[in-house]
Every structure is written in C-alpha cells, then in structure tokens.
Design a protein around this ligand. Sequence first.
Ligand code: ZN
Length: 159
Amino acid sequence: MPKSMADYKWEVGTVFLDNNHFKDAIRAYAIHAGRNMKFLKNDSKRVRVGCLGAQNKCQWSAYCSYVRSRKIWQLRKLLDVHSCSREFKINIIKAKWLSETLDQTLIENPKLKINDVRELPFIIRRLVYYHCLLEFISKQIQTLLPLSLRRLVSTLSEV
Ligand SMILES: [Zn+2]
C-alpha cells in the first residue's frame, strides 16, 4: 500500500492477501477520495464495490474475487472513473468504522506488544487509515478556517 491514498492507483490484476485486505484498501481510498463507497456484494469468494455518489448513479466500481488456484484475492474488474463529485462530509459510518477498528486493534494488542510478526501488516494498515483520516480532517478544517488562522495552522504543522 502506498504512503498516501492520494497516489493510489487501482489496477486490474492487483493481488490482495485476503478479502479484508481489499476491503481495507477500499475504505482507506474512500476516506481519502472523499467518497462514499458501498460493498454491493460481499461474501467468501467475491467483493463488489460501488460508489454512492451522484445519487447512486456514479459509475465507479470494482470487483475482487478469490483465485482458488493461487489462494489469493485479485482485482478482476474495474471502472476507475467517478461521474460524481467529491463528497466533503465525513461519512459517519466510516468514522465509526475507524474508531471501532482502532479500538479493536488496541483490544487485540493491549500493550501493543507485537510478538507475532503476522500481526504487523494488520497494525500498519490501521495506522495508514488513521493517517489518511487525520490528513482528510486537517484539510477539511483548513478550508473552514479564516486565512489568518490557516497560516497559523500551517506554521504549527511545520514545527
Ligand atoms: Zn463516484
């Protein structure tokens, strides 16, 4: 996963470790792109995602499915063009999802002792979303502030 979801380029053929890995990437992308996404199909073999923008008429869609022969998940179909405009409100469900998954990470790792290396990608993924959300919120706040305060914020964030 790239450092910033702004640079994320969806490509047919991209491999994911499992369906959660794909869904997490979608969620992080949705937050960063300021778009509301919905899992239209979500079972043990396939996940299909659509964009809820433009009153559900946005054409953006992605389809990821399990490849049994390789025991991986792969992005099979993609229409990576939004016919909707950016949604500037933070979706409550996504914010709720983030706080729940972060809580879950803390429950699963009470002192964040990482004994099992397999836990690492999970934690790193959580940190990436958290970073995305913070970045998103700070951008939103900055657009709401008067210019004088905006300068102060950017000065502070450079410290
Ligand atoms: Zn869209």
